[in-house]
Design a protein around this ligand. Structure first.
Ligand SMILES: Cc1ncc(COP(=O)(O)O)c(C=O)c1O
Length: 393
């Protein structure tokens, strides 16, 4: 069947799709419908932290699928409580709310922050976010996402968001007013191009939030679950946020998101928030198995080790190819930037050579492989990148 032609006929034209159709995945490899194999350094958009079809995930999905797959949001199930307990026991937070995606988790977090603003900050409701951030595609999260090209088609956007430059404490301070209830940031900006702030930045933001009595929300939808080389990015930054949001790696491919908070801002009362699939037993059973494995097998430790090896290899490529202007990364989230708009060409040439990478900006590609990869996969990726870079300039 001609999946590509059919996709053009039946799907909305909302994104520039890759010219391949995936039918199978295993670990860090995927296969298209012609049987071609690809080394997957995109991982379903930084989702498959344990790789594709990891047995831990597949077994949890099958086992729970035979028992109970949905309950109404006002009835608890054991997987939901088990996952909540595991997340709380391995973080600085005391409460969890489950959602089905990253954007929803951020929506929930902003609602919780506004609740706090109403209860404790004289009705303050504004949330300060960063330019080049990415917080999701709902209307409110489009307003939160500091990238004008996502915002323009949907103006007017919901009010209550202010976008300021990232890694700029002065800009945050200047934007803070009596209307501010929270600052929401990614520890490392993912979609914005893998932008890593100075080591002092989040500490300064934390101190500012404490001084003003406002909340710090960290969007760890992409950086959480080990991606940066620790379970959460906030641990690397040496701070504790008031609220965190998660999705992607939390389910390794099943749609689950969550936000967690500290007790001081645990302000919802019955009726304040809800979601039909929030805490769905099928997703939570998978989430529980995935998170347990991540923690028990120190998957973040592997991301740190292999991420370092990857970055060293990328630095060598930068030496070899002067049109690479920057390589940067933390754990297994990395980017290669060029002196002109080669992102698309590099992505497509990698595809031809059997490797998936993501064109994150016109002049940069992003690497976000499963966190279980070893040196062998990194060597293979560096070989393919090296080969491609010879041809694209
Ligand atoms: C940091 C961050 N927040 C939120 C989102 C949105 O998540 P979702 O696409 O699951 O709604 C993403 C997605 O890439 C993200 O990277």
């Amino acid at each position: 069947m001609k999946w590509q032609e059919l996709s053009q006929k039946y799907l909305m034209n909302n994104t520039q799709r890759m010219p391949i159709t995936l039918v199978r995945g295993q670990g860090a490899r995927v296969w298209d419908n012609d049987g071609k194999e690809y080394l997957d350094f995109v991982g379903g958009w930084a989702v498959c932290v344990l790789g594709h079809c990891h047995p831990v995930m597949v077994n949890a999905l099958a086992d729970q699928g035979r028992v109970l797959t949905q309950a109404s949001p006002n009835i608890i199930t054991p997987p939901q409580i088990q996952l909540a307990q595991l997340l709380v026991d391995n973080s600085c937070f005391s409460r969890v709310f489950f959602q089905s995606s990253g954007a929803e988790a951020n929506e929930g977090a902003v609602k919780l922050a506004r609740r706090y603003g109403k209860l404790k900050l004289n009705g303050a409701y504004e949330v300060i976010t960063a330019l080049n951030s990415f917080h999701g595609r709902t209307l409110a999260m489009t307003a939160a996402t500091g990238q004008p090209h996502y915002q323009e088609p949907y103006q007017p956007l919901p009010p209550g968001f202010v976008n300021v430059p990232f890694d700029d404490i002065r800009a945050l301070k200047k934007a803070t007013t009596a209307k501010t209830c929270a600052i929401m940031l990614e520890p490392v900006q993912g979609e914005g191009g893998v932008n890593i702030p100075r080591d002092s930045y989040l500490k300064q933001v934390r101190a500012w939030c404490d001084e003003k009595g406002i909340l710090l929300v960290l969007d760890e939808v992409q950086t959480g679950m080990g991606r940066l080389g620790s379970l959460y990015g906030y641990q690397l930054a040496g701070i504790e946020p008031d609220i965190i949001t998660l999705a992607k790696g939390l389910g390794n491919g099943v749609p689950i998101g969550a936000f967690m908070c500290k007790e001081a801002c645990n302000g919802f009362v019955p009726g304040d928030h809800g979601s039909t699939y929030g805490g769905n037993p099928l997703m939570c059973a998978v989430g529980y198995a995935v998170v347990k494995y991540i923690i028990e097998k120190d998957v973040p430790g592997n991301a740190k080790l292999i991420g370092h090896y990857l970055l060293e290899g990328l630095k060598q490529l930068k030496e070899d190819y002067p049109f690479i202007t920057d390589v940067r990364g933390k754990g297994l989230l990395a980017a290669v930037e060029f002196d002109k708009d080669l992102g698309q060409d590099v992505m497509m040439a990698c595809l031809g050579e059997g490797m998936l990478v993501n064109r994150v900006k016109p002049n940069a590609v992003r690497l976000m492989p499963p966190l279980i990869i070893g040196r062998k996969e990194v060597d293979e990726a560096l070989d393919i990148l090296g080969k491609v870079l010879k041809t694209v300039k």
